[in-house]
Design a protein around this ligand. Structure first.
Ligand SMILES: NC(=O)c1ccc[n+]([C@@H]2O[C@H](COP(=O)([O-])OP(=O)(O)OC[C@H]3O[C@@H](n4cnc5c(N)ncnc54)[C@H](O)[C@@H]3O)[C@@H](O)[C@H]2O)c1
Ligand SMILES: [Fe+2]
Length: 408
């Protein structure tokens, strides 16, 4: 390894140590959790008990027709005013968030309900940040602790089982002009309530079930490998999430109406979200966000494709922990740490294969690669306490591995 690389990695590790102290001092609030089939029915009570009179329901165009009417019928029945904002794109943009903030102000709203996958929940969070920080753009709030001001109440109602945004301090938004996808990370973004109603995920198509579920797996694994702030609680949450995903994701993929699988996947996504929010994600996410920004690749799909490559690249630094997960999930109980870790990676490959997830993408353009590496480096280093700090060359190698020839 070059001396410069060694110095670069050392500097990242120093930052991780210092930042771990800052994170240890943060008071981590949990959202109030409302769970179970039909729990969406509790939302009018949540609003009235918090003396909130006019929420902005943030959702996307599909869910406006498919699921929002269930919520608006409940609010109508309870005599609660609301406004619906449904212009959220799959990889939400800064312009989406500004329009969402404008809708909130125009209708005189006093709270947000994020109804949907990560995209609507993140849009609601970022719009709330724009409200309390009118002097800043989304890009100026990207990074850590750049909001630092109380937000209006957000009730997060996930309709996918993946991002965990209902219990994270992050909102991941694409800059409208540059297509740079980056996260605002601040404890004030933690939703006040998380409503986990598995019935809302029943209609999720198999491909979206698969990719969003793999996003939750990446959250759990990246949290589990984090080199800072992992506690007994976060490790246990990550382990539980991995076990639940191995047990239930393919069941939910094969039969969307399997409500036990849907419920357990919602719980897995929540646990994984809770864990990674405290200890960080890693290099898989840093690369996945560049694909979401540049090519609109669904976030979970990008993560699922990148995950096995990064795990293989990590090699021995993750063998012990990955081997332990192989034992917990029952993938392999005998052999060495290395044997068990390799069995786990192979099983992830097979899960992807069985759920129709490709091994790479044929749309990555030559001329974008340097920009992707720069963005991924900027996101991961030094912020994410990854098990192995990636240099430009590492990122390039992984991106080359997920590149398939055009037309394939
Ligand atoms: N804030 C965080 O901590 C965090 C964590 C991970 C990912 N993210 C972000 O979340 C976004 C991705 O969220 P996502 O994966 O949930 O996807 P999404 O919100 O884009 O939804 C994916 C698709 O599924 C559809 N859909 C959602 N629920 C449905 C349902 N119940 N039935 C049928 N269709 C349904 C949507 O209309 C959409 O077309 C990305 O922008 C990603 O970067 C945020
Ligand atoms: Fe994610």
């Amino acid at each position: 390894m070059l001396l410069l690389d060694k110095l670069y990695i050392g500097a990242n590790r120093v930052y991780h140590g210092g930042f771990a102290l800052v994170k240890a001092a943060i008071h981590w609030r949990h959202p109030a959790l409302v769970t179970g089939a039909g729990s969406i029915g509790r939302i009018p009570f949540l609003l009235s008990s918090a003396k909130l009179r006019h929420p902005l329901i943030v959702t996307d165009p599909f869910l406006r027709e498919a699921l929002a009417p269930r919520l608006t019928a409940l609010l109508d029945e309870a005599g609660i005013d609301y406004t619906v904002f449904s212009d959220v794109e799959p990889n939400p943009t800064s312009a989406n968030c500004e329009a969402c903030r404008d809708a909130y102000l125009a209708a005189g709203c006093d709270s947000f309900i994020g109804l949907g996958g990560g995209a609507p929940m993140d849009t609601a969070k970022a719009a709330a940040c724009l409200l309390v920080r009118p002097d800043k753009t989304v890009a100026q709030m990207n990074g850590i602790l750049r909001v630092w001001k109380k937000l209006p109440v957000l009730i997060a109602v996930p309709t996918t089982a993946g991002t965990g945004s209902e219990t994270t301090i992050a909102a991941v938004i694409v800059d409208e002009k540059t297509r740079h996808k980056a996260a605002i990370m601040d404890p004030v973004l933690m939703p006040r309530y998380a409503v986990l109603d598995p019935e809302l995920t029943e209609g999720l198509p198999p491909a979206v079930t698969a990719s969003t579920g793999m996003d939750a797996l990446v959250h759990a694994l990246e949290a589990y490998f984090s080199r800072s702030n992992n506690t007994k609680e976060t490790k246990k949450l990550a382990e539980d999430a991995v076990c639940l995903i191995f047990q239930y994701l393919e069941r939910a993929y094969r039969d969307g109406s399997d409500m036990e699988a849907r419920e357990q996947m919602q719980l897995a996504a929540y646990k994984a979200g809770f864990a990674f929010s405290r200890v960080g994600v890693g290099n898989v996410h840093a690369i996945a966000h560049t694909l979401g920004g540049l090519y609109n690749t669904p976030h979970g799909l990008a993560n699922a494709v990148i995950l096995p490559h990064v795990l293989r690249d990590y090699g021995p630094v993750v063998h012990k922990r990955l081997g332990h997960l192989a034992e917990l999930t029952g993938v392999l109980t005998g052999g060495t740490d290395e044997d068990r870790a390799n069995a786990m990676i192979q099983e992830i490959d097979l899960m992807n294969q069985r759920m129709g997830i490709p091994t790479g993408f044929n749309f990555i353009r030559d001329e974008d690669i340097d920009q992707m590496i720069t963005w991924a480096m900027h996101e991961a280093n030094p912020v994410y306490p990854v098990p192995q700090v990636f240099t430009r060359e590492h990122f390039r190698q992984v991106i080359e591995k997920i590149r398939l020839p055009k037309g394939s």
